[in-house]
Design a protein around this ligand. Sequence first.
Ligand code: AP5
Length: 222
Amino acid sequence: GKVEPLRIMISGAPASGKGTQCELITQKYDLVHVAAGDLLRAEVAAGSENGRRAKEYMEKGQLVPDEIVVMMVKDRLSQPDSQEKGWLLDGYPRSSSQAIALKKFGFEPDVFILLEVQEETLVERVVGRRLDPVTGKIYHLNYFPPETEEIASRLTQRFDDTEEKVKLRLSTHHQNVEAVLSLYEDLIVKINGNVPKEDVFVQIDGVLTKLLEQRQAARESL
Ligand code: AP5
């Protein structure tokens, strides 16, 4: 039989590089990337009632209420592709109630990756961030400028990517992070996120490679 697919949680402050690392992780490991923020922005874009309500909280940098977010994430993790390939859960859970709900539904990670980045850096990362609506790729005006003029001309900015709003998001993060970390204590791997993105990925890749090797070895010794 096949080795069990990986199940990964990735967490960190706003703009710590979660989405960027998820691009690199899914390229190599072919996991299903489930980002709570992306699911919510899709609802907002669709103009649904949930999207309209969610946007009110997102604009204030606050957590969207559980009744909107919990089932949204659970449904995505329950899809056949997530079950077959494994998943990479980004920006979720962000509160103990979300973590407890996930456990109740039977979703437990193999590893909990925590990106650590100095606070001064975060604001600069947020205000320079741009997104390509065509490919979904994440850019930064200074660190990862777009490759072509054509891409540059279509880049968009998130509605909550201002200095003022990232400070609100950061304070929400500080209020909630300890409660979540305490529930995954044994699975946490801290990663230095202050270095270039390729060097951040080298650290994560090392952790995941080791995990898969251990699994392989355990299976062969059966
Ligand atoms: P969400 O979309 O999750 O936003 P966030 O947590 O604030 O994180 P970001 O997406 O801003 O940053 P990131 O860590 O992915 O960084 P990135 O890789 O893009 O959530 C948005 C809102 O949705 C929340 O405020 C909340 O309202 C709601 N929400 C989400 N989840 C929820 C939940 N579970 N419950 C309730 N509500 C929820 O990188 C940032 C920039 O830095 C980019 O420009 C990138 O190019 C650059 N960069 C990345 N890595 C590096 C590097 N190593 N060196 C230099 N630059 C880098």
